[in-house]
Design a protein around this ligand. Structure first.
Ligand code: G1P
Length: 299
């Protein structure tokens, strides 16, 4: 089989309301919450850039303009830093010089993740594309290449969809899309998917982590499905429909050295912040020391 085209387009949905993170997200996007020194979405964009993505379409919504501002080069700020002798801070703005091109479209009504992806149709046209959720960071120890692995599998296998997964604890399955695997290797065919099943209702604990590769055929399925969990158009349901219509969907496990950091709720946001702050080369060692002292005092 001839491999499919290179995949260099990604869709990053950032339109969600972030209600699980109120009041922090009342007037700012959850994707702009800082994790150590950077906003969450900057980690996602840097990950995509390292994995061969050249164009990113953000699907935005109300209160999301700060994301657009964050990725615009700010010449005034650069000039101010130079003139006031703060050259050392200029390196912090290097991400603005990325070769990735940014595009924006707006999801006018909150109809769910599947509907947000549908907003990308005119942009991606008949090209295969990556979807990366703007509230999930993958990696930590070393830069992840899971998206490159997924795009390679998509090109070589002829699958309509490739998804990244990781095992979650039994009490967390109702927070995620859960897949039924058809094998226990690093890559496997998926036999079924269900969005946010009740705790205890599935034999699998393999959860979708917010990285997907799609052929354009996903759009037809998004048009066909009815609203699902929460009354929303669910991306997971459209992938299930691909399967039911005989398409192949492949799952890729995150390697053991990688984890997904979910910034969708305070519990994992707090943990993520602390983990990333502890690994900051300048400030991490001091923070570790003070945290240990505090923990001993509290004990
Ligand atoms: C979405 C998807 C879900 C996936 C999760 C990953 O849920 O619907 O299948 O497991 O992202 O973060 P949300 O977090 O938008 O509720």
């Amino acid at each position: 089989m001839k491999p499919g085209p290179e995949i260099s387009v990604a869709v990053v949905p950032v339109a969600g309301l972030g209600t699980r993170l109120l009041p922090a997200t009342k007037s700012q996007p959850k994707e702009m919450l800082p994790v150590a020194k950077k906003p969450v979405v900057q980690y996602v964009v840097e990950e995509l850039g390292r994995n061969g993505v050249k164009e990113i379409l953000f699907v935005t919504g109300r209160t999301k303009t700060s994301i657009e501002n964050h990725f615009d080069p700010d010449h005034q700020l650069i000039r101010n830093l130079r003139e006031s002798g703060k050259e050392d801070l200029l390196a912090e703005l290097d991400y603005e010089q990325t070769e990735v091109k940014f595009f924006y479209t707006r999801q006018r009504l909150q109809r769910g993740l599947g509907d947000a992806v549908r907003c990308a149709r005119r942009f991606t046209q008949n090209r295969p594309f990556v979807v990366a959720l703007g509230d999930s960071i993958i990696g930590l120890e070393s830069p992840t290449n899971v998206v490159s692995a997924m795009t390679r599998i998509h090109r070589e296998s002829g699958a309509a969809c490739v998804v990244a997964v990781e095992t979650v604890s039994p009490q967390d399955i109702n927070r995620y899309g859960i897949v039924e695997p058809g094998g226990d290797g690093a890559e496997f065919p998926i036999l079924g998917l269900i969005e946010k099943p009740p705790v205890g209702s599935t034999s699998s604990r393999l959860a979708l982590v917010g990285r997907y590769v799609f052929s354009p055929s996903i759009y037809g399925k998004l048009d066909q499905i009815q609203p699902g969990v929460g009354g929303e158009i669910q991306l997971t349901d459209a992938i299930q429909l691909l399967l039911e219509e005989g398409e192949t969907v492949v799952g890729v496990r995150l390697p053991g050295t990688e984890r997904r950091y979910d910034i969708g709720n305070f519990e994992s946001y707090f943990e993520t912040f602390v983990e990333f702050a502890l690994r900051d080369p300048d400030l991490g060692p001091g923070l570790r020391k003070r945290l240990l002292e505090r923990l001993v005092e509290d004990h």
